[in-house]
Design a protein around this ligand. Structure first.
Ligand SMILES: [Zn+2]
Length: 122
């Protein structure tokens, strides 16, 4: 292993947004959150039945991933997933989101499966 840090295209794109388009990105993130519905659990869900996507600066990304990166001003790469601590895959509340590895996320899926939550049905 070397100290060379690989960045993928998505990470570069996020880094550029954070440095060049942060105000616009914040506005977009805020409008998504305002348009969402707040549940008793504190989750903020969008009106779509599928995970919402955001189109921004020529790319399409998952809304929760976009919001997490903009709110925390962090650019994450392909190997980093944004996890839902609330286990609600439709939630976009940045307070319920945290970054983790793909392996962590798999573990979350197993935990959710153990509790009988099937996100494909949501
Ligand atoms: Zn939530």
């Amino acid at each position: 292993m070397s100290d060379f840090i690989l960045t993928d295209e998505g990470e570069d794109w996020l880094a550029e947004i954070l440095s060049e388009h942060i105000e616009e990105a914040r506005k977009r993130a805020n409008s998504l959150l305002e348009a969402g519905t707040r549940l008793e659990t504190g989750c903020i869900v969008t009106s779509t039945t599928a995970r919402k996507k955001v189109r921004f600066q020529g790319r399409q990304v998952a809304a929760y991933r976009f919001i997490f990166c903009v709110v925390n001003e962090t650019a994450i790469g392909f190997d980093t997933v944004v996890r839902h601590r609330c286990h609600n895959a439709l939630c976009i509340n940045p307070e319920h989101l945290e970054a983790g590895s793909r392996a962590d996320n798999k573990h979350d899926d197993w935990v959710a499966a153990a509790y009988g939550v099937d996100f494909s049905l949501l």
